[in-house]
Design a protein around this ligand. Structure first.
Ligand code: NDP
Length: 501
């Protein structure tokens, strides 16, 4: 039996600007729904305008000098306090995400854990914001570098990790002394509001972090185009990233874009097939295939194709489709109607292109599924690299299977897409595993494990059409949110010989 153990009263929520909860000047709101039950309205949120975004940017701009001058270890203490508050509210945050985005509760709990790890790491960076001391060419001269914050940062996030992605952008921006205007995805504002509340309760000074809900095309675009915004960190579709990059480049702003993926799992003839299948269940169907690192194509060596497909099918048939709160859920609903329509249209495209629909492909039947955006886990075989389902991002529980005659052809197929986020290989041949790391064109490589995951202390992101700019997370994030300034100190007290550069 499916049940939603979190009941919320749909109320009106506001923007958070200069330390106050405020209405949009539009006077309009929009509502969001529970994707497992579209009859349940979750809340009414401000349908903000460019004018609202401008006010938030001005507030962040006014707070910048004060926050920049707050010692980094003191900023770190506030982030540690935010960590404590988040830890206390872990379960509430996880339930809010399952309600709003539809993901299984276990995945939502995992997302909170990941956010805690990032917050902990970034809080500690407050005591490690170091530059370099480097020997000077000249006698009695001292050269060193210092890291300075950039100013107002625009943080624009997607709906699929409504907490973790916001945290992994906001926390490095704040620890380095920047102020932030945060625009969450329009379909997950409730989680964003919970995030703002935890920073308020951690004692973050007013106006250092501001939040405005509303459409990307207006609120988001104002954040990109406003002259007071120095840098933009965005995660979303490749088309969104490319548009923002183009606009920002004309204004010479710093940009970090994390974008789409088409993440391959390569299965060689010597692979542990059962291990690979368990990894694929998590990678392709976990979180309903809506992770940026989800497994979205399989490339299997010809010799083991039949046995692999047989066992994959048996295992997929056992997956439990239900809402994210129900015990034992494997596949929960897609996050929205637009996601549902997009995934169904790709399933139709795959069939029209001549791929064989081996399993799934429909909305499951039954009363339990009527009001939710459910799609069966879906497997396509006989897929060719030039089919759209083989190289476009579907972002749902749809798994195309391609075949390669050998390792070299598998790599050639894997690298033939425009994306380069993550990839994995299953093999017991250590030489091929290492060779894979040399030739595969992605930002994150996994050996004998799913395409998923990342750790707070390591960089996260892709290459090719999956990532632009300096990577997120780990120490790399600090590089994006700071300028590194060189200081030369001459303590000779004498006129120096001429230098020409
Ligand atoms: P979108 O590109 O639709 O939206 C992302 C964010 O950008 C939202 O806040 C959106 O606002 C905003 N936005 C949209 N258009 C503009 C615009 N013209 N100017 C400024 N902001 C804009 O992506 P989704 O939210 O649908 O997220 C899914 C995508 O994110 C997938 O492609 C996925 O692969 C990718 N992703 C990548 C990750 C990575 O690390 N590489 C991690 C997670 C997801 P609004 O919601 O109001 O439209």
């Amino acid at each position: 039996m499916s049940k939603a153990p979190i009941q919320i009263e749909a109320q009106v929520y506001y923007n958070y600007v200069a330390g106050e909860w405020v209405r949009s000047e539009s006077g309009k709101t929009y509502h969001t729904i529970n994707p497992a039950n579209k009859k349940q309205i979750l809340g009414y949120f401000q349908e903000s305008t460019r004018e609202d975004a401008k006010r938030a940017i001005e507030a962040a701009h006014n707070a910048f000098l004060f926050w920049k001058d707050t010692p980094a270890p003191v900023r770190g203490e506030i982030l540690f306090k935010a960590w404590t508050v988040m830890k206390e509210r872990s379960e509430e945050l996880a339930r809010t995400m399952t309600l709003e985005e539809g993901k299984p509760l276990a995945d939502a709990r995992g997302e909170v854990k990941r956010s805690l790890n990032v917050l902990e790491f970034m809080a500690g960076e407050g005591r490690r914001l170091k530059g370099e001391t480097v020997p000077s060419e000249l006698k009695n001269n001292f050269a060193y570098t210092i890291k300075k914050p950039l100013g107002v940062i625009a943080v624009i996030t997607p709906w699929n990790f409504p907490l973790a992605i916001a945290i992994w952008k906001i926390s490095p921006a704040l620890i380095t002394g920047n102020t932030v205007v945060f625009k969450p995805a329009s379909s997950t504002p409730l989680t964003a509001i919970s995030l703002i509340k935890l920073f308020i309760d951690a004692g973050l000074p007013k106006a250092v972090l501001n939040m405005v809900t509303g459409p990307g095309e207006t609120v988001g675009m104002e954040l990109v185009e406003n002259r007071l915004v120095e840098a933009i960190s965005v995660t979303g579709h490749t088309e969104t990233g490319a548009l923002i990059y183009e606009k920002a480049a004309r204004m010479m702003k710093k940009v970090q874009c994390e974008m789409g993926g088409k993440n391959a799992v390569v299965i060689l003839e010597d692979a542990d097939i059962d291990l690979a299948i368990e990894g694929i269940m998590q990678g392709a169907f976990g979180s309903t295939g809506q992770r940026c690192t989800s497994t979205s194509r399989i490339i299997v060596e010809e010799k083991v194709k039949d046995i692999f497909i047989k066992r994959l099918l048996e295992r997929t048939k056992r997956l439990k489709i239900t809402d994210g709160f129900t015990e034992g859920v494997d596949v929960s609903p897609l996050a929205s109607e637009s996601q549902f329509n997009k995934v169904m249209s790709y399933i139709e495209t795959g069939q029209k292109e001549g791929a064989t629909l081996l399993f799934g492909g429909k909305k499951p039947s039954g009363k339990e599924y009527e009001d939710g955006y459910y799609v069966e886990p879906t497997i396509f075989t006989d897929v060719k690299p030039d089919m759209r389902i083989a190289h476009e991002e579907i972002f749902g529980p749809v798994l195309p299977i391609l075949t390669a005659k050998d390792f070299e052809e598998a790599i050639q197929i894997a690298n033939s897409v425009r994306y380069g986020l993550s990839a994995s290989i299953y093999t017991s041949d250590i030489n091929k595993a290492f060779k894979f790391t040399d030739v595969i064109e992605v930002g994150m490589i996994h050996i004998n494990s799913p395409t998923l995951g990342g750790e707070a202390q390591l960089p996260f992101g892709g290459i090719k059409a999956s990532g632009l700019g300096i990577r997120e997370q780990g120490s790399k994030a600090i590089e994006f949110f700071t300028d590194e300034i060189v200081v030369y100190v001459d303590y000779t007290g004498k006129r120096r010989e001429a230098r020409f550069i």
